[in-house]
Design a protein around this ligand. Sequence first.
Ligand code: SF4
Length: 329
Amino acid sequence: MRAFRYHRPADVAEAVTLLGAGTEAAYLAGGTNLVDLMKLGVQRPDVLVDVNRLPLGGVEALPEGGLRVGATVRNSDLAAHPVVRRDYPVLARALLAAASGQLRNMATTGGNLLQRTRCVYFQDTGKACNKREPGTGCAARHGQNRDLAILDWSEQCVATHPSDLAVALVALDAVVEVTGVDGPHEVPMVELHRSPGDHPERDTVLPAGSLITAVRIPPLAAARRSSYLKVRDRASFAFAAGSVAAVLDLDAGVVRDVRLAYGAVAHRPWRALRAEAELRGRPFTPELAGVAADAELASARPLRHNAFKVPLVRAITVRVLTELAEAAA
Ligand code: SF4
């Protein structure tokens, strides 16, 4: 591992300034992804700015409703928060579907959103990878790509984003609060992560040096009827083969509102707007849920080893929406 300088700033402004002191500086929060990447030589920061002692560890109810979650709130604490469990079950379930209990005790809200892809070639410094080293190629495009994207990939990168939390937050229309060298600003969750295009080395739209300080979750009464369903190769401690976050609001059996987002299908958490449009205003049936999923997945371009993801995501869409509709009956 490369030697690095370690800083523990007193406030957010000092953290942002300190990050600018390194050529490859990185923020350290839970470290559950960064430290692994440092051991593998995938990330080689010369400066680490430890944000764990910053006052970003609170969950606060907002006057207009909703929650403001500090960036260093641990995933396990957020999943257990009584308001999250009551008002946003999709969020609690997504958090509990991720990683192991030990990792959730360390992983933070901000860090979870910024974790890197688990594409095996990204983690192997001996393999071509445009995300790790721009211009070297993409070993996964014609290599082992079972776990990778079916939507919105480019010839430069077919990776998926691994976060479960991000998928739930996209469905909930959350907003990310950020501080950078130009001061504070906000980014809607649905715009935070990028499509790979010609620059897969950039996972998000955040300018270099930006620090996520909080995530705001708006009030959404319908979210009390929400869920997250994740399919993976083993029952615990695995990344998704496919996942769906869903909010369903029915009025006498007719879909008044619906929010859907998919995980493990693209370079970013995938808001399923076409599927939502198919569902809204129509009497809910499992068949309609299938039609909606088909509309969303019509643009899927499976790779050599992952065509199974199309029927998989369709099936979990139907299942999670049907379960929510039955619970409402
Ligand atoms: Fe790298 Fe992306 Fe290709 Fe994986 S899919 S090898 S992360 S460029």
